[in-house]
Design a protein around this ligand. Structure first.
Ligand SMILES: [Zn+2]
Length: 351
């Protein structure tokens, strides 16, 4: 009966065609929403769902069948944070890897759970989805348009240190065919970046300042949700368009160290933190997490067990979870494997 009804609805009201960008709306029933879209001649797609509820992607189905099931990606290998219930926003890019089924032209359906914070299913919740596609046959080169938002009240020395650090971000990404097109804008924003997981109206306002940029970064003194971090991407991947928390947070005062003033090494480390966090934004996980058990789902990032072995095998990787520092300096973290580069270049915000 469900199947018959679904077919009938689609037959009466054809799914919108996403070439470029479309917006969809759906209302949750039995704690779920189903979003149908027709994809034509695209190589990548990004779905960004937002609602006044907790959302998790359950499945993605294409013309040839189901390509993503949440059950497959809640173990030790991580492919996307979209399958984890999170407040206000869920973002899924597809395909993530070269081995994932490609985006065949035809009908695609995304299914998601809509719940409260205790994961109790909610009905009657309006879910808005933005679907953007891109066609890109060269996964070796691309440009990302980044807007750096600087709060009016941020100390000018911290602002200057952050701007100097962007040169290192640009250098690291440039090694991997990612060209940074960076604009800076001063805005009436708090110097503490609001909670990037639970969201905040100010994050939505900041994301809305994007003006054609694909990645919006808010450079504050520190992050409300991660007081010791130099940055946070909010989700893996995050959204390349307006949304309740489609913002990258950067913490300039933390990056400037104990004395609150940048030296050259701190500028370099902050630049690598920017390149690292922005890589999360494009969809990359750490090759190995701090528990040395959870890993990314890529075939060519080294496998290792334990701190010492993982530092040896992966310490120079841009996505290693922490900088490896001796008495005076830290190991440059700038490498990406071929599979990691592929994930970044499939992201629709890389043009
Ligand atoms: Zn990280």
């Amino acid at each position: 009966m469900d199947v018959w009804l679904g077919t009938l609805v689609l037959a009466c009201r054809p799914a919108p065609v996403a070439s470029g960008e479309v917006e969809l709306q759906a209302t949750s029933a039995d704690g779920r929403v189903e979003l149908a879209v027709e994809l034509d001649d695209a190589t990548s797609v990004l779905f960004a769902l937002d609602a006044d509820a907790w959302i998790a992607v359950d499945a993605l189905e294409g013309p040839d069948g189901t390509v993503l099931r949440w059950q497959d990606w809640v173990g030790e290998e991580q492919l996307t944070s979209a399958v984890l219930a999170s407040p206000a926003q869920s973002v899924l890019g597809w395909p993530v890897r070269a081995v994932d089924p490609e985006l065949r032209s035809g009908g695609w359906t995304l299914t998601a759970s809509v719940t409260d914070a205790d994961l109790v299913p909610l009905d009657g919740v309006e879910v808005r989805a933005v679907v953007r596609t891109k066609t890109d046959d060269d996964l070796r080169r691309g440009t990302v348009r980044v807007l750096l938002l600087v709060p009016e009240a941020l100390d000018p020395a911290l602002r200057d240190g952050a701007l100097a650090a962007t040169a290192r971000w640009e250098q690291v990404w440039g090694r991997h065919g990612l060209t940074l097109e960076l604009d800076t804008r001063t805005a009436a924003l708090d110097v503490v970046v609001p909670d990037l997981f639970f969201g905040d109206p100010a994050l939505r306002d900041a994301a809305a300042l994007r003006d054609g940029h694909d990645l919006v970064a808010w450079v504050g003194e520190e992050l409300a949700s991660f007081p010791n971090a130099l940055g946070n991407a909010g989700a893996v991947p995050n959204a390349a368009f307006d949304g309740p928390r489609a913002v990258l947070g950067l913490a300039a005062l933390k990056a400037a160290g104990q004395d609150g003033a940048f030296d050259d090494e701190e500028v370099r480390l902050f630049g690598e933190a920017m390149a690292h966090e922005a890589a999360h934004f494009l969809g990359l996980f750490h090759p190995v997490e701090l528990d040395f058990a959870h890993t990314d789902a890529l075939g060519d990032t080294a496998t290792c067990s334990g701190r010492e072995a993982c530092e040896d095998a992966l310490g120079g990787n841009l996505l290693f979870p922490y900088p490896i520092c001796g008495s005076g300096d830290c190991v440059p973290a700038e490498g990406l494997t071929r599979d990691q580069r592929g994930v970044a270049h499939r992201y629709v915000g890389v043009r």
